[in-house]
Design a protein. Structure first.
Length: 284
């Protein structure tokens, strides 16, 4: 009797992990086109709305943790280096720095995949000393007592230079960047921003339109006001933009209204208007 043996070799290969360079769903479980999260004062969680979940809901995870929530996941490779996720970080009160002086109050992250994949995101937030670059994800303990806002827009990489132009007007304090020179040199505004060249010609107040990456996506209008701009402090009144004021410490705005909040130790107001498929915001 002839015996036949079939020998099967199983080769186990590690599953490739995709780097995070886009906005994330509420629980950080997948890419999303945009996300907005409001962390209430005195809480480590908040209310979130995203492109795929267009109804306000409680964030599934704590913003103070690096997993289980949209922005912890979106900032994954700000904390841990990855060849497919390079970023620019700016904050008027950068992490691990004392006594830094700047006239800009802008805080945010520009992140992109430098490989051929067209993947990028812009994260705007209000947290001083956050996030630390290429260090463990840490939300400042002293900021839990305050209300904070996080906005993420997934964008095409072609939008990076448009955003960099707006940022040059407000001259943010860039405390880290590791975007490859080939990517920087192909974007003149980004190059000037990272080189500290803020010599821009009037007008010193501009508005730029960008669009999120999805189709049809949403349009975001960015208003940027320089230090020497002729506009007053209430830029939105000067531009005659109508909005409804909402006290963020007591409730979260509906999708037709504006977030408006003056946080402790801040000299600026964040205003975001969400009107069906558009987002408008001001920073300076």
């Amino acid at each position: 009797m002839e015996s036949k043996w079939i020998i099967i070799f199983l080769l186990i290969l590690p599953n490739p992990v995709t780097a995070t360079s886009q906005c994330q769903t509420p629980n950080g479980g997948g890419n999303d086109d945009w996300a907005i999260l409001y962390k209430a004062a005195g809480q480590n969680t908040g209310k979130i709305i995203t492109a795929t979940n267009q109804a306000w809901q409680t964030s599934p995870g704590q913003i103070t943790l690096n997993n289980g929530n949209s922005f912890g996941k979106a900032l994954e490779h700000v904390a841990v280096a990855d060849r497919n996720a390079k970023f620019v970080a700016y904050n008027n009160k950068p992490p691990n720095a004392v006594g830094v002086q700047t006239n800009s109050n802008s805080k945010g992250i520009l992140i992109m995949d430098p490989e051929p994949t067209d993947s990028a995101a812009w994260i705007i937030h209000t947290v001083p000393g956050f996030p630390k670059a290429l260090q463990a994800y840490t939300f400042p303990a002293e900021e839990i007592a305050k209300g904070h806002l996080f906005v993420c827009l997934t964008i095409k990489e072609e939008q990076l230079d448009v955003i960099a132009h707006a940022l040059r007007i407000v001259r943010p304090l860039v405390y880290h960047h590791d975007i490859p020179a080939t990517e920087v040199n192909s974007r003149p505004n980004l190059k000037n921003l990272l080189n500290g060249d803020s010599s821009v010609l009037p007008p010193l107040t501009i508005s730029n339109d960008i669009k999120t990456a999805a189709s049809p996506g949403i349009k975001a209008t960015v208003f940027s006001k320089g230090e020497k701009s002729g506009y007053g402090k209430n830029f939105f009144d000067d531009l005659k933009v109508h909005y409804c004021k909402v006290a963020m410490k007591t409730r979260v705005a509906s999708i037709q209204c504006v977030f408006q909040s003056k946080f402790e130790n801040f000299r600026f107001t964040i205003q975001i208007i969400i009107e069906n498929i558009s987002i408008k915001f001001l920073f300076h």
